[in-house]
Design a protein around this ligand. Structure first.
Ligand SMILES: N[C@@H](CCC(=O)N[C@@H](CS)C(=O)NCC(=O)O)C(=O)O
Length: 202
């Protein structure tokens, strides 16, 4: 039995998308970040960080959304997980890259601009975040000018992990990076992505 701890309104969104791609059955503990459930001793035994998402896959406990997605895709022999070691390594590269360069930065930017009321925005945080988001989007634009997908010739877990983590970028205009813009929206047009998004936006 697979159990996912973490709401679609968290980085759990990425895992929900992947689970939908794989068509897996799962029990969903639909918990928000910082909710009381994430602070219990039982949950801390699963994830000492008190963060979501976490999975329990028949007793195998795993946290970190990117790792969870790569594990599940590999375990279920999904075509999204490349067999070729170089393409596989590119999936690791892009997932780790996103975590380092964009994961927090895009959230900080959008939360302090379009996603909040003007009086709740911190302009300095938004500006500092944007200074990091722009060069990272340039990197994606450059990569996607060479190849339509991040790791190989088809949509893979690399695309899913990066695009899903850029959910917040859907609410801003990224048309100055046309390859990235097209890629982002193409990824989010997938039925599994729409299903995950609907769980967040219902
Ligand atoms: N790198 C982790 C980050 C997990 C994370 O920070 N989750 C947030 C929700 S999106 C959380 O649970 N935050 C609770 C807190 O900050 O106390 C991952 O990708 O899974």
């Amino acid at each position: 039995m697979l159990t996912l701890y973490g709401s679609a309104n968290s980085r759990g969104l990425r895992v929900i998308w992947l689970i939908a791609e794989l068509g897996l059955k799962y029990e969903h503990k639909d918990w928000l970040p910082r909710s009381p459930e994430t602070k219990t001793a039982d949950y801390l035994a699963l994830n000492a960080n008190a963060r979501v998402p976490t999975i329990d896959d028949d007793g195998f406990i795993l946290s970190e959304s990117m790792a969870i997605n790569m594990y599940l895709a590999k375990k279920h022999k999904s075509p999204l997980y490349p067999a070729d070691p170089r393409q596989e390594a590119l999936c690791w590269q892009w997932s780790l890259w996103e975590t380092d360069r964009l994961d927090r930065q895009i959230v900080d930017y959008v939360r302090n601009t379009v996603a909040s009321k003007p009086e709740e925005r911190n302009a300095a945080v938004a500006e500092a975040a944007w200074k990091q988001v722009v060069p990272a989007f340039e990197v994606l634009e450059g990569a996607l000018a060479k190849t339509p997908w991040l790791a190989g010739s088809a949509f893979s877990i690399a695309d899913l992990n990066v695009a899903s983590a850029l959910y917040r970028a859907l609410s801003i205009d990224v048309s100055r990076w046309p390859k990235f813009d097209t890629w982002l929206h193409t990824c989010w047009d997938r039925p599994a992505a729409k299903k995950a998004r609907a769980m967040r936006e219902h």
